[in-house]
Design a protein around this ligand. Structure first.
Ligand code: AMP
Ligand code: MG
Length: 274
């Protein structure tokens, strides 16, 4: 297998995207026939991520923010479950952003977001994010275009501020096909254990698939920066999606060159009493 090149998935600043031209079943860095091998490899990656997160927490200096966006049934929850398996929940937090409450709507759209960003040593995953404010808000016309259009620049500035203040930002778009979404939504109807996940409301964005894809294309293109890059992950095959996301997190965290804090002076003479 070739080395997993995460840059392959990275959106370059200003890069124009045509999501329909990107194969959602693509597996360039793993043999698609070797799904079992891929799953076994994920266990190894889980251990590496666990070790890196321990280091992040022990060192207590870096902050890491992972933003996940996708169409409904795109695999946001599954990604969190599988990629972070085994990671120590201390120091890791998931923030899910739903339809804003009245109180949230009474503030600017970044108000609820800023309150959840990681502190020192923390790794925070955003399951949906401020990007909803240029996605669902745009497609469903929840605010005027004049207002949401300014948000691309505002988001870039906000994220740049976080990065300048010491936050490492990774943004992941889980890219599924419309057919894959149909299968997954249908499974939510057919399998009793999955019924709870089905929301009739999910059929509305599905009916506006093309507008959503355009909204994603523009959002990713306008807000992928050197310090807060977007990655487009082919996500129809869940096992490959998990590998890609794990590799992106691991390679980014390794790039921080973190070290465990030095032991306090004089520890070599300390003896634990009986
Ligand atoms: P789920 O992730 O399945 O729990 O669904 C959350 C819902 O909240 C989705 O339909 C999102 O589009 C919606 N949502 C999240 N953020 C916003 C927002 N800022 N404005 C409007 N709807 C939102
Ligand atoms: Mg849902």
């Amino acid at each position: 297998m070739s080395e997993f090149d995460i840059d392959h998935y990275r959106v370059r600043p200003g890069q124009k995207l045509d999501l329909s031209a990107l194969d959602t079943r693509d597996t360039p860095f793993w043999d698609p026939k070797d799904k079992d091998g891929g799953r076994a490899h994920l266990s190894e990656l889980n251990e590496r991520l666990e070790a890196l997160q321990e280091l992040l927490w022990a060192q207590g200096r870096e902050r890491v923010l992972v933003v996940i966006q996708a169409m409904d049934a795109g695999g946001k929850d599954g990604t969190v479950r599988h990629v972070f398996e085994g990671v120590n929940p201390t120091g890791v937090r998931v923030a899910s952003f739903k339809r804003p409450t009245d109180k949230e709507l009474a503030h600017d759209y970044l108000w609820r977001i800023h309150a959840k960003v990681p502190g020192n040593g923390e790794l925070v995953v955003f399951n949906r994010s401020h990007y909803e404010d240029v996605l669902v808000v745009r497609v469903m016309e929840l605010v005027a275009e004049k207002r949401w259009r300014k948000r691309y620049d505002q988001i870039v500035a906000f994220e740049q501020m976080l990065a300048d203040e010491g936050t490492t930002i990774i943004k992941l778009f889980l890219h599924i096909s419309k057919d894959e979404q149909r299968e997954r939504l249908q499974a939510r109807l057919d399998e009793p254990d999955k019924n709870w996940k089905f929301e009739q409301g999910d059929l509305v964005p599905r009916a506006r698939w093309k507008q959503y894809q355009e909204a994603f294309e523009e959002a990713l293109s306008n807000t992928s920066t050197e310090d807060a890059p977007w990655y487009v992950i082919p996500a129809d095959r869940k096992w490959y999606r998990n590998l890609a996301v794990s590799e992106i997190l691991i390679q980014t965290l390794e790039g921080l060159n973190m070290t465990f804090p030095k032991a306090a002076e004089g520890l070599e003479d300390v003896v634990i009493p009986e």
